[in-house]
Design a protein around this ligand. Structure first.
Ligand SMILES: CC(C)(COP(=O)(O)OP(=O)(O)OC[C@H]1O[C@@H](n2cnc3c(N)ncnc32)[C@H](O)[C@@H]1OP(=O)(O)O)[C@@H](O)C(=O)NCCC(=O)NCCS
Length: 197
C-alpha cells in the first residue's frame, strides 16, 4: 500500500515513535485502551465500549489498512483515514486519526484530526506531539487546511489546537452529535511547516 510508510519522527523528545496499529504492541495497546474504561477514545478507530482483546485489535488492523488504502472503495460516505499510535519507548501513549477529507458529519462535529492520550500519560506534551504529527501527515496528503474540533470546556484540547496555530471559526450546538458546545478550529497548512520543536 503506497501510504503505509511510517511518518518521519521530527521532534526533540527521545524514544518517540509513530506507528500504524500493529499486533506487536498488543499488550501496551490493550493497557492504554483499558485506561479509558467505557469512554469513547478519540482518534483510536474504535467504538466504545471497547473490549481490548486480540480479536478487537485484529479487526482494527484490518480496518486501518482498508481506510488508509486510497485505492480502496469505501462504503457510503466513509472517508479515507490514517490511524496512528504515538509511542514512547515502545509504549502506546496516544491515539491519532487523520482523515483525508470530510463528510457531512465530520464537517459538523468530527474534523480532520482526532486524538486522545492515555490517562497515565496526560500533561506530558503527547497531545501536542500527536497533533503535530497529524498536521505533518495532512500536509503530506496535500491538504492546505484542516478543521480540528473539541468541546468548549476541553481546555487541554483547545490549548493543544491553539498552540498548533488553530484559529477559532465558531462554537456551535452539536447536541445531535453529543456536543452541546463544540469549538471548530481551522489550521492553515499552507504557511511553512507545523512548528516542530
Ligand atoms: C485533551 C487531551 C488530548 C490533552 O492531552 P495531553 O497530552 O494531556 O496534552 P498536552 O500535555 O500536550 O498539553 C497541551 C496543553 O493543554 C494543557 N492541558 C492539558 N490538559 C489540561 C487540563 N486538563 N486542564 C488544563 N490544561 C490542560 C497543557 O498544559 C498544555 O498547555 P500549555 O502548553 O499552555 O501548558 C487529553 O486530556 C485527552 O486525551 N482527553 C480525552 C480525549 C480528547 O479530549 N481528545 C481531544 C478531542 S479530538
Amino acid at each position: 500500500m503506497s501510504n503505509q510508510r511510517p511518518l518521519p519522527v521530527a521532534h526533540p523528545m527521545d524514544g518517540i515513535g509513530i506507528v500504524r496499529p500493529t499486533e506487536k504492541l498488543f499488550d501496551s495497546w490493550a493497557a492504554a485502551v483499558a485506561e479509558f474504561g467505557s469512554a469513547h477514545i478519540n482518534g483510536a478507530g474504535l467504538h466504545a465500549p471497547v473490549t481490548p482483546n486480540r480479536a478487537t485489535l485484529n479487526d482494527l488492523i484490518k480496518k486501518a489498512a482498508l481506510l488508509a488504502d486510497v485505492t480502496a472503495e469505501l462504503p457510503g460516505d466513509t472517508v479515507h483515514n490514517d490511524l496512528f499510535w504515538l509511542t514512547l519507548d515502545g509504549e502506546v501513549v496516544a491515539f491519532l486519526s487523520v482523515r483525508h477529507g470530510l463528510n457531512d458529519w465530520l464537517r459538523e462535529a468530527g474534523g480532520h484530526i482526532g486524538y486522545s492520550v492515555r490517562h497515565s500519560r496526560r500533561r506530558q506534551g503527547f497531545a501536542t506531539l500527536a497533533l503535530r504529527h497529524g498536521l505533518e501527515r495532512a500536509r503530506e496528503l496535500g491538504l492546505d487546511q484542516v478543521m480540528v474540533m473539541c468541546d468548549d470546556d476541553n481546555v487541554g484540547s483547545y490549548r493543544t489546537i491553539e498552540h498548533a496555530g488553530g484559529v477559532l471559526q465558531d462554537v456551535s450546538d452539536q447536541s445531535m452529535h453529543g456536543h452541546p458546545a463544540l469549538r471548530r478550529y481551522r489550521i492553515d497548512l499552507s504557511v511553512g511547516s507545523a512548528s516542530l520543536g
